[in-house]
Ligand binder design. Structure first.
Ligand code: DOR
Ligand code: ZN
Length: 427
C-alpha cells in the first residue's frame, strides 16, 4: 500500500489553529482538527508550520562533470533536507546541458534518486560560449520538458543573440534566466567594487555591470513581448530598475539569494574564499534594498544559487578560488532570519516567494500549489522553535562551502514530503 501519513497539530502557513493533515495516494486527503490515525503513520508536529514544498529556480547539481563536488543524488538529498520538492538544475555542467541528451540524463537521474523533482535548465547558447543559440526547441520537446533557459555563470552579453533567444522561447512558453553581468566591466573581478575592495586591494565588480544588463534586457523583453527572468539580483540599482520595468508592464521576474539577503562585502575581510561568489556580496545598503524588493514583490522569488565546490577549489587563495556557496539546506532558515522574524514577510508570503511563484515562472506542474485537500502532497514542515547551529560537516551535500558555518539560525525544516512520501525527516 502507498505511504499514508497523519501530520498532527500543524499550522498551515503558520496561521490559525492547529489542524491534522492526512496524506494519502500522493495527495492531501484531509485537513481538519482531530483526525483519527486509522492506518496512517502519525507524525507528531504540534505547532510546526506547514508550507507547500519549496521550489528552487537556481541549483547547481554539477552532474555531469563535477561529481566530486555534487551529484544529482547528493544535491537533491540536500534539497529535500532544506524543504524543497523541486529544483531547477543549472546548465553549466560538463558537458554543458545544451542539448536534449544532457537535459534528459539529468532529469532521469533526478527521477531515479527520488528525493525531489529535477527540472533541468537548458543552456541558451552552445557550450555557454555566447555565440550561437542551442537547440532550445528540442530541449523543450524532450522528456525533460525544459522551460527555463540560462547560461548562468556567464551572461548572454550579445544583445542580438539575447533578443533572438527571447523571441525563440515564446513558441513554447519558455523563459530566459539571465546572469546579468556586462563581461567587459568585470574582467578580473574578485569582489564588490567599493570601499572594502579598495581597502583589501582586490579588483572590484561594479554594480553597474549588473544594472546595465538588466535595463537592456527588460527593454529587449518588452520589445519582443517575451518573458525575462533575472538571476540573483544583488544591488539597489537593480531593484530600482526592476520596479520601473514592472510598473511599465514588462514581463520580467527576478530572484534574490539567501546570501545576498544576509551577508555583505565586509565578509571578504578575512580573505576566506567561502565568501567569494558571483555576483559578489554587496553593501548593507544593497542588502536593505533587496530585502525591501522581496517584501514588496519587486523581487519575485528567493532562489538559492546552491553552488557546491570541492575544498580544493575553495580552500585556496582568494584569487584562485571558484565563486559560489551552498544554500539548499539553509535557505528557508536564512529567509526566516532576514524576512520573517523582522516582520517583513509572513509565512504565507514565504510560500509565495519560495514555492508558488518559482513554480509558475518555471511552468512546473504539481508544485507551488496551495495547501488544500486534493492537491499533490508536496510539503515542508518547519519547526519555528528549533534554532540550530550550521555545521558544514553535517551537510548532506557533497560539498562543504556554506557561508553560514557556525551561525545560529532560528528555524529548522523537520520533514519534507514528495507526493506524500517522506523525503526528509525522522521519527
Ligand atoms: O558564484 C557563482 N557560482 N555564481 C554563478 O553564477 C555560477 C556559480 C557556479 O556555477 O559555481
Ligand atoms: Zn549566476
Amino acid at each position: 500500500m502507498a505511504e499514508s501519513w497523519l501530520l498532527r497539530g500543524v499550522l498551515p502557513y503558520g496561521e490559525g489553529a492547529p489542524v491534522d493533515v492526512r496524506l494519502a495516494d500522493g495527495r492531501v486527503a484531509e485537513l481538519a482538527p482531530g483526525l483519527a490515525p486509522g492506518s496512517s503513520r502519525v507524525l507528531e508536529a504540534a505547532g510546526q508550520v506547514l508550507l507547500p514544498g519549496l521550489v528552487d529556480l537556481h541549483t547547481h547539481l554539477r552532474e555531469p562533470g563535477r561529481e566530486d563536488a555534487e551529484t544529482v543524488e547528493t544535491g537533491t538529498r540536500a534539497a529535500a533536507a532544506g524543504g524543497f520538492t523541486a529544483v531547477h538544475a543549472m546548465a553549466n555542467t560538463d558537458p554543458v546541458a545544451d542539448n536534449a541528451g544532457v537535459v534528459e540524463q539529468v532529469w532521469r537521474l533526478g527521477r531515479e534518486a527520488g528525493h525531489c523533482d529535477v527540472a533541468p535548465v537548458g543552456a541558451v547558447t552552445i557550450g555557454l560560449r555566447g555565440e550561437a543559440l542551442s537547440e532550445l526547441g528540442t530541449m523543450a520537446d524532450s522528456a525533460a520538458r525544459v522551460r527555463v533557459f540560462s547560461d548562468d555563470g556567464l551572461c548572454v552579453s550579445d544583445a542580438s543573440l539575447m533578443r533572438r533567444a527571447l523571441e525563440y522561447v515564446k513558441a513554447f512558453d519558455g523563459v530566459i534566466a539571465q546572469h546579468a553581468q556586462e563581461p567587459r566591466l568585470t574582467v578580473g573581478a574578485q569582489m564588490n567594487e567599493g570601499v572594502v575592495s579598495s581597502r583589501l586591494g582586490l579588483t572590484g565588480w561594479p554594480s553597474v555591470a549588473e544594472e546595465a544588463v538588466i535595463a537592456r534586457d527588460c527593454l529587449l523583453a518588452a520589445h519582443v513581448r517575451s518573458r525575462l527572468h533575472v538571476c540573483h539580483v544583488s544591488t539597489r540599482g537593480s531593484v530600482d530598475i526592476l520596479r520601473l520595468a514592472k510598473a511599465r508592464g514588462i514581463d520580467v521576474t527576478a530572484e534574490v539569494t539567501p546570501h545576498h539577503l544576509l551577508l555583505t562585502d565586509e565578509a571578504a575581510c578575512g580573505y576566506d574564499a567561502t565568501f567569494k561568489v558571483n555576483p559578489p556580496l554587496r553593501t548593507q545598503d544593497d542588502v536593505d534594498a533587496v530585502r525591501e524588493g522581496l517584501a514588496d514583490g519587486t523581487l519575485d522569488v528567493v532562489a538559492t544559487d546552491h553552488a557546491p565546490h570541492t575544498s580544493q577549489d575553495k580552500e585556496t587563495e582568494w584569487g584562485a578560488a571558484l565563486p559560489g556557496m551552498t544554500g539548499l539546506e539553509t535557505a528557508l532558515a536564512v529567509v526566516a532570519e532576514t524576512m520573517v522574524l523582522p516582520g517583513r514577510l509572513t509565512w504565507r508570503q514565504v510560500a509565495d516567494r519560495m514555492s508558488a511563484r518559482p513554480a509558475v515562472i518555471g511552468r512546473l506542474e504539481g508544485h507551488g500549489r496551495p495547501l488544500a485537500v486534493g492537491e499533490p502532497a508536496n510539503l515542508a514542515l518547519v519547526d519555528t522553535g528549533a534554532a540550530w547551529t550550521v555545521d558544514p560537516a553535517a551537510s548532506v551535500s557533497r560539498s562543504r562551502n556554506t557561508p553560514f558555518a557556525g551561525r545560529r539560525l532560528p528555524v529548522r525544516v523537520t520533514a519534507t514530503f514528495l507526493r506524500g512520501a517522506r523525503t526528509h525527516g525522522e521519527g
